[in-house]
Write a protein of this length. Structure first.
Length: 94
């Protein structure tokens, strides 16, 4: 099993951004390894916390973009929960 420091070093080298297709909130396969790595870290370090921020571009209304950003953040959170992180470890914002 890796130490906490080894996890942190590995995560710091890994990309942290997940890009979505236009007007979508489905996580593409190419980004699932990023989500899995962060979920494994949270699973191994129950005291750790994460904030997931959902973003959009400037197209669309403010209300629509806030909702889409939240759906994107929630999609990442839900996958992390399936992979072993806990609800109390993850906060989402748009």
């Amino acid at each position: 099993m890796r130490t906490k420091q080894e996890y942190i070093q590995g995560l710091s080298k890994m990309k942290r951004n997940i890009y979505f297709d236009y007007d979508q909130f489905t996580i593409k396969d190419e980004y699932k390894a990023i989500v899995e790595a962060h979920a494994k870290y949270l699973q191994a370090n129950r005291g750790a916390r994460a904030i997931i921020q959902g973003h959009t571009d400037e197209r669309g209304t403010r209300e629509y973009n806030i909702a889409l950003g939240q759906k994107r953040a929630d999609a990442v959170k839900n996958l992390m929960l399936l992979l072993g992180a806990t609800e109390v470890q993850i906060e989402t914002v748009s």
